[in-house]
Design a protein around this ligand. Structure first.
Ligand code: KIV
Ligand code: ZN
Length: 510
């Protein structure tokens, strides 16, 4: 970072002494269209949020269903370190449900904007203040910590927002929350709003920002820069419509840009993101910051070259910081350095000529729109190696006998490392019999299994050419494909299998 940026950061911030992370994955996150979590799933996520170290977990909206009360109670019985919060409208029965759920902290809300007053609540400003104050007092009288949200704060007249905030603060609220319910703020608007609130209130201020224009993280960060004491966040940015501020984005920006460590174990972020993705069915796009598959993936030659020399050249943080891992992807933009490093990773040694051929093949696969996996690279490199070396296993003879009411028998002769061996086996068909015989002959040399077998006739007629494509694997997890074309379908199958087995043998010996 340049000195100018360093100075800018220090001069413009009004950071609170302690910044609280209020996670609402289990409440607003569960309001993501199409998402419903079971009690057991909520328990799993709550445990992981606790292990991550968030300050508060909003476990649900107890008044909305019996299941919500049950899951809240079960989470409560887990004796977690995080404070457990229940959502409640500004109604005594909703606060009673939070008490029934045995929670210690209520997040109570009521709409305050003209739209909410006139079209949803059909209540006057005064009636809304009265309800808000009554519910804060009711909750405090029942021993709860209280956070009050003026729903749709950002479309509420400023003087009315301050009026209701003053009243609920006087009634004993512990936190005032500012929801940007439909995500209309920009960073500069957030700066103005939160600075104004902080200049007028001493009570801790929270923000709850939605992501309708993709600005929830930027706005939450701005709010914190202006002194907000807490941000509502969700794992993977889940939530109503386009979601809420993403926990992982906010926490990692604070850590990386400002060196603000909120005490969370950020190495748990990637696995927690995956758990939430799996349980909610909302998979993250590959380019999702911090936790997406591509967050630490590199393809272009220039970038990979930089990364291999020093990962900071093209990574703003290390993947280990968030429990993710770096991935070098081979494709159209790949440079020679990436391919060399991959080959080294897989202990494959090629001379310059072999390397050029492998590199050209990767480039041409990339040009045809294919992304080259590690398995593809190994297969390409091994094929290149195999073409230059003695093939360890060679077919020397084959005879098939088929008769009525007897199992087909294949007699196969192989030369394995220069030694001829022959055996006969039966099978359900001639191909099966031949493959069984090969299995017997190679068993002391390599242990493999056939994962995939595809047979295609590539020309018409009884003399059609058969093309066989197979994939075999060994018990170290290596895979290799094999291909052969022959007029005899049994011979095509044997040659394809031997092609694959020879590659696996070369990998093993390499
Ligand atoms: O977005 C919102 O306004 C909310 C409230 C319940 C705080 O989620
Ligand atoms: Zn919300």
């Amino acid at each position: 970072m340049t000195e100018n940026i360093e100075n800018l950061k220090k001069e413009n911030m009004n950071l609170a002494e302690k910044i609280y992370i209020f996670d609402t994955t289990l409440r607003d996150g569960e309001q993501t269209p199409g998402v419903a979590l079971t009690v057991d799933e909520k328990i799993q996520i709550a445990q992981k949020l606790n292990n991550l170290g968030v300050d508060k977990i909003e476990v649900g909206f107890p008044a909305s269903s019996k299941g919500e009360i049950e899951s809240a109670k079960k989470i409560r019985s887990m004796d977690l370190d995080s404070t457990l919060v229940g959502l409640a409208r500004s109604l005594p029965q909703d606060i009673d449900a939070v008490l029934d759920a045995d929670l210690e902290y209520v997040h109570t809300f009521i709409g305050t904007s003209p739209l909410h007053r006139d079209y949803k609540l059909k209540m006057s400003k005064e009636e809304i203040i009265e309800k808000a104050v009554e519910s804060v007092e009711y909750a405090k009288d029942h021993g709860l910590a209280v956070e009050f949200s003026a729903e749709d704060s950002t479309r509420t007249e400023r003087n009315y927002l301050f009026e209701i905030f003053n009243e609920v603060a006087d009634a004993g609220a512990d936190f005032l929350d500012v929801p940007d319910t439909v995500g209309i703020l920009t960073p500069i608007m957030t700066h103005e709003l939160i600075t104004d609130i902080k200049n007028n209130f001493t009570i801790p201020i929270s923000v709850h920002f939605h992501n309708d224009f993709g600005l929830a993280t930027a706005n939450s960060l701005t709010a914190i820069e202006c002194g907000a004491n807490q941000a509502h966040v969700t794992i993977n940015g889940l939530g109503e419509r386009t979601g809420n501020c993403s926990l992982e984005e906010l926490v990692m920006t604070l850590k990386s840009a400002y060196g603000i460590d909120l005490g969370l174990d950020t190495t748990r972020l990637y696995s927690l993101s995956n758990l939430v993705g799996r349980l909610t069915g909302v998979k993250m796009p590959v380019n999702k910051p911090i936790v997406g598959d591509n967050a630490f993936a590199h393809e272009s030659g220039i970038h990979v070259h930089g990364i291999l020399n020093n990962s900071s050249t093209y990574e703003p943080m290390s993947p280990e910081m968030v429990g993710h891992s770096r991935r070098i992807v081979l494709g159209k933009h790949t440079g020679a350095n990436a391919v060399k490093s991959k080959l080294k990773e897989h202990h494959i040694d090629l001379n310059d000529e072999q390397f050029c051929k492998v590199f050209d093949e990767i480039k041409s696969l990339g040009d045809s729109g294919k992304c080259v996996t590690d398995d593809d690279l190994i297969a390409i490199a091994i094929t290149e190696l195999a073409s230059a070396r003695e093939t360890p296993i060679v077919i020397k003879g084959l005879s098939i006998s088929i008769g009525a009411n007897v199992s087909p028998t294949a007699t196969v002769k192989l030369e394995i490392d220069g030694v001829e061996k022959e055996t006969a086996s039966t099978g359900v068909g001639p191909i099966d019999a031949a493959l069984n015989a090969i299995g017997v002959l190679i068993k002391d040399t390599i242990d493999v299994k056939l994962d995939e077998y595809n047979l295609e006739g590539i020309t018409g007629g009884t003399d059609a050419l058969a093309e066989v494509f197979v994939i075999c694997s060994d018990f170290d997890g290596n895979k290799a494909n094999g291909r052969s074309t022959n007029q005899d379908v049994v011979m095509a199958s044997i040659l394809a299998i031997l092609d694959s087995i020879n590659k696996l043998l070369l990998i093993k010996r390499a």
